[in-house]
Design a protein around this ligand. Structure first.
Ligand code: GRG
Length: 277
């Protein structure tokens, strides 16, 4: 990390470290292991690539032009720590490094049902305008509309925003794990359904923690969503909790055909339900 460009390399390391939960790479690894993956370095690298994309998205989301957040993982956000120039370059460097890693993993993994291009294609689709970027864009537009008081945000639109902004990377994380294990298509579909519901439930618990959590627990400012439409705003604390629980039940139910092998994914769903950070 002392190699040039030092400030960008330090920024990348800063964004990747700290007290993050690593839920998405854990999902990649748990799915791969459940479906018979070899647990080798290539699968681990694939999981790291997923976390790099997530770290990139957090850095961009925290920028003044987006959420304008100052605290992340219990410390200053990257642009506050190192400047917006470094934050932007580090974010794009992380994204680029993620795709370098995915390309390398595609060569190293013993794939039969999938091609190396499938891995990159799934990840790219999850990030693009049909995924994180699309969800973020719609979120920003909706916030502006709220400020103008020219348009309300209903539950369907909120679900659409967050199933893209948050859910798409959960789905890609699970799919990459399944592909690394050379999973059968049927099993890939089961974990996709699991991850879709898990991702949306994760976002709802994020909204809940913004209201009932503390900065000490969550490592970020709370009450940030006060001016925004969230699941808690639309449904209340109890209603949002009930919806998260229902989605987690759906997530777990989609694992039924996988039997006892899916115990770690069931445990992950319970952790999302009970999380305080
Ligand atoms: C080019 C990758 C890319 C993205 C551009 C900025 C953007 C588009 C999308 C924002 C996506 C985003 C940050 C969604 C919020 C998801 C969410 C609930 C984040 C919090 O995740 P945690 O709790 O964080 O897993 P830790 O710190 O534990 O890793």
């Amino acid at each position: 990390m002392d190699r040039r460009p030092q400030r960008v390399h330090h920024g990348m390391a800063y964004a990747l470290t700290g007290r993050g939960k690593r839920v998405r790479p854990v999902l990649t690894l748990a799915v791969a292991e459940m479906l018979g993956g070899r647990g080798d370095d290539a699968t681990l690298d694939l999981a790291c690539a997923v976390e790099m994309v997530h770290a990139c998205s957090l850095v961009l989301d925290d920028l003044p032009a987006m959420d304008d957040a100052r605290l992340r993982r219990g410390r200053p956000t990257l642009h506050v720590e190192a400047g917006e120039d470094v934050a932007l370059l580090a974010a794009f460097a992380l994204l680029n490094r993620a795709f370098e890693l995915v390309a390398e993993c595609g060569q190293r993994l013993p794939l039969g049902r999938y091609t190396p291009q499938d891995l990159a294609h799934h990840l790219a689709t999850a990030i693009g305008t049909a995924g994180l970027i699309g969800g973020q864009a719609l979120d920003l537009e909706s916030r502006a509309a709220e400020l103008d008081r020219s348009g309300g945000l209903d539950l369907e639109r909120l679900e659409f925003i967050h199933s893209h902004k948050t859910g798409a990377l959960f789905i890609a994380a699970a799919e990459l794990g399944a592909m690394a294990a050379d999973a059968r298509r049927r099993d890939l579909e089961l974990v996709t359904r699991y991850a879709k519901n898990l991702g949306l439930a994760f976002q709802i618990t994020d909204d809940l923690l913004d209201v009932v959590g503390t900065p000490e627990e969550t490592g970020k400012e709370t009450g940030k969503d006060e001016a925004n439409v969230t699941f808690v705003k639309l449904l209340g604390v109890d209603g949002a909790r009930a919806l998260a629980a229902e989605l987690l039940d759906f997530a777990v139910a989609s694992l039924d055909p996988l039997g006892a092998r899916a115990a770690p994914l069931r445990a992950l769903a319970a952790q999302v339900r009970d999380r305080r950070s």
